[in-house]
Structures are given as C-alpha cells and as structure tokens.
Design a protein around this ligand. Structure first.
Ligand SMILES: Cc1cc2nc3c(=O)[nH]c(=O)nc-3n(C[C@H](O)[C@H](O)[C@H](O)COP(=O)(O)OP(=O)(O)OC[C@H]3O[C@@H](n4cnc5c(N)ncnc54)[C@H](O)[C@@H]3O)c2cc1C
Length: 384
C-alpha cells in the first residue's frame, strides 16, 4: 500500500492519540500494529488492573471517557474505550502488520513490514510503546531453576498459584499489586523481593482525591517543597513501613522522577493493610537461582514454586530505527512529540513517568499539529 501521507506504527494509546489528532486536522492516517487488535498491551495485562491515573488525566485528545466511567477505569474499560475510538472512519487500521525496519525512501520513508510489504509514507510516527519488550534479569543460575519463571506481563490472576509459594520480584505498581493479588487469592506463601525501597503513594489521597491530581499540582512547586509535602502525606497516610521491610527511600517522589530513577508505586489502602498484616513478606533482592532455591541479599534463601518478575521493559527500538541515529545511548528516542527526530519521522509515547497517558495525549496533539503543517507545506505550490 503506497502513497500514504502519514503512517503511525502502533495502535496503543499513543498511536491512537496521534491518529485522532491528525483526523481533527483533516489528515487521514494509516495505523499499523503487529497485534490482531488495537490496545494489545492493555488487553494482555493482569485481570485486577485498573488505571492508577484518574479519568480526567488519562483520555485521548479531546475525547473524554463516557459518563458513568469510574474515576479509575478498569483494564477492560480502557480497552473498550480505545477500541471504540479506533473505529473512527477517517483512521485506516492495518492489524497483524509489524514494522520491522524504517528506511529513507523516495517519498520520505519506507516501512519494511512483517508481511514483506514496504509501506511508503511522507510522515511516520513511531508509537511502539515504552513497555515494548518484557525484561527478566539474567540472574546467575536462572536456567537451573526448578520452578516456573515468568514476567509480570504474562501474569493474569492467582488461580494457577493456589497453595503455591510465589516470589514476586520488584516493588513497582505491578509487583506490589500482584503480590497482593496472590496473597489474597489463595497462594500459600508470597514474598516480595525489593532492591530499592519504593516511593509509595495511595491511589487516592488526601481522602478520595486522586493522587495524580495532587501530583500534577505539585509539579508546579520547587522540587524540594513538592517532596516535603508528599513525604508529609505519606507519613500521615500510612506511616513508616520500615518494620515491614519498606523504609521511606532517601529521595522523594519528585527527585526520583527528575533523575529518571523510577516512578512512584501507586497502590490502594488495602495493599498497605495487607503489608501491615504481613499477608506477604518483603525480602531482599534476588542474587541468584540454584535448583529449587532463590538466593537473596543478606544471605536469605527461599524456595518458591514460581518467580514472577515485575522487572520492567525495554523500548526495543534498535531493529526498527537503530540505524537512523535517532536513539540515545539508552535506546530511547533523542527527541519526541512535535520535534522531528529526522525529517518526517517522529516518536510519541516512550514516557517513563506517572501520568503517562495524559502526557502522551498532549505530546500527540503537538506532533499532529507539526505533521499537518509539514504536509500542507509539501502540498503548497512553489512560486516562480
Ligand atoms: C501494568 C501497567 C500499568 C500501567 N498503568 C498506567 C496508568 O494507570 N496510567 C498511565 O498513564 N500509564 C500507565 N501505564 C503506562 C502505559 O502503558 C502507557 O501510559 C500507555 O498505555 C502507553 O501507550 P503506548 O501507545 O505508548 O504503548 P502501548 O500501549 O504499549 O502500545 C504500543 C503498540 O505498538 C504495537 N507495536 C509494538 N511494536 C510494533 C512494531 N514493531 N510494529 C507494529 N506494531 C508494534 C503494540 O502491539 C502496541 O499495540 C501502565 C503500564 C503498565 C505496564
């Protein structure tokens, strides 16, 4: 299929945000996705997942959630909402088509795809997601482990772990929620391995106010003040969890985000209560695996039936654009949003921050504006 003006790679929230923003500007984009459905990342996530960002900060550009949607939509509500907006008649969708490599072409770019087809486009937006490829650390002895090892991206619900001992690795939102899900869902024993203490925030606080609303307000404050206010909130919300293995980290929420050191762990009060009731046990970081044992920091050892790794993701952009000098040393796009990484090539998404969806919507609108302007310029008759 050739002669496309704008092609977007990825039909997640970022790709759809760009597509709809382009439609709003009179451009009919084509979206490619390697999956058979839109919103495939969200479809594959665990059953109890709901957004930890609130409805007003998590919608597609100019398209609010339907009335009656809860403040924190469930996984399935978000998928349904993204699906609904992907049906826009001005958005062309090609599913089951993976982009393998993007190369310069005579009309701008050629996208080499998994079907063998080369798709030409004047403008390309890469929106393949910050959480593109699940990463399980290469611990010594990993292959010798007698139990099951899986990534949190492959965990759905606790049914397969009834009466089993499970080690969850990583105290981010997913790790903490999965440990809770298992502990309250019939697992015999649950440990949570923690290397760096997380900065925990309640999903709503103070009172019923979504914490991301407070977070957005605090972003306007000087960093130190924002962290002081947040630490005060943490102390009054749930207090010092040191005796449960989760001391307050030295750096505050905002200082950590600023140095790209990780997002806060946003959880519900019931998870805090489970920690205090020792429904799951916090242990040290994983050092190595050997047979049925997992060796942890401080000489501790556990023998789980399964290890669930909430250990993050890679961007995995190298095969697609690694040859175009548009990635930094960490494999993250050097520029995103309205700024083109190369003429007619942009990245949207790739945001390692809380409130990613809201941020993506803003970035997408700016990218679409720049693309529409460039397409118009390319169409304009040359004088003389
Ligand atoms: C467990 C979990 C919970 C989260 N909760 C929140 C939350 O509450 N609020 C929030 O703001 N953010 C949250 N996030 C971050 C969230 O994923 C992003 O906000 C948002 O979904 C990212 O959208 P995206 O379109 O950039 O990426 P994705 O949703 O990952 O979409 C990328 C799309 O690109 C496709 N694709 C990838 N590679 C290719 C290729 N080579 N060719 C073709 N298609 C390709 C994929 O199939 C996918 O459909 C969460 C993340 C995780 C892991």
């Amino acid at each position: 299929m050739n002669g496309n003006r704008a092609v977007i790679v990825g039909a997640g929230a970022a790709g759809l945000s760009v597509a709809l923003s382009l439609v709003d500007r009179g451009v009919q984009p084509l979206i490619l996705d390697r999956a058979e459905n839109v919103a495939s990342s969200w479809r594959g996530r665990y059953d109890r997942l709901r957004l930890n960002t609130s409805r007003p900060f998590s919608h597609l550009p100019g398209r609010r959630f339907a009335k009656g949607t809860p403040m924190f939509p469930t996984r399935d509500q978000l998928v349904g909402y993204l699906e609904q907006h992907s049906q826009n008649q001005d958005v062309k969708l090609r599913l089951g088509v993976g982009a393998d490599r993007i190369e310069p072409g005579s009309k701008g770019w050629v996208i080499r795809t998994s079907t063998g087809e080369g798709i030409e486009a004047e403008q390309v937006v890469v929106a393949t997601g910050y959480e593109n490829k699940a990463v399980i650390p290469d611990w010594p002895g990993r292959d010798s482990f007698a139990g099951t090892i899986l990534h949190s991206a492959d965990y759905r619900n606790p049914s397969a772990y009834k009466d089993k001992a499970v080690l969850v690795v990583g105290p981010g939102c997913s790790g903490m929620e999965i440990a809770y899900d298992l502990a309250t869902g019939g697992a015999a024993k649950v440990w949570l391995a923690v290397r760096t203490p997380p900065n925990i925030l309640l999903r709503t606080s103070p009172g019923p106010i979504p914490s991301d609303i407070i977070g957005v307000a605090l972003l306007k404050f000087p960093l130190k003040l924002a962290d002081t206010v947040t630490r005060y909130g943490q102390r009054s919300d749930f207090g010092d969890l040191s005796e449960y293995g989760l001391p307050f980290p030295d750096d505050g929420v905002f200082a950590r985000i600023a140095r790209n050191g990780g997002e806060p762990t946003i959880i519900d009060r019931e998870v805090i209560e489970a920690i205090k009731a020792r429904r799951f046990e916090v242990v040290g970081a994983v050092r190595s695996l050997a047979g049925s044992a997992v060796l942890l920091d401080r000489g501790m050892q556990v023998e789980p039936d399964a290890v669930i790794c909430a250990t993050g993701y890679r961007r995995n952009l190298e095969p697609l654009v690694g040859h175009l000098d548009v990635l930094d040393v960490r494999g993250v796009p050097k520029v995103r949003g309205e700024k083109a990484a190369a003429e007619g090539l942009r990245f949207v998404g790739f945001v390692p921050r809380p409130g990613a969806l809201g941020y993506i919507a803003k970035e997408a609108k700016l990218a679409a504006k720049a693309i529409a302007r460039e397409l118009q310029k390319a169409e304009a008759p040359v004088n003389g």
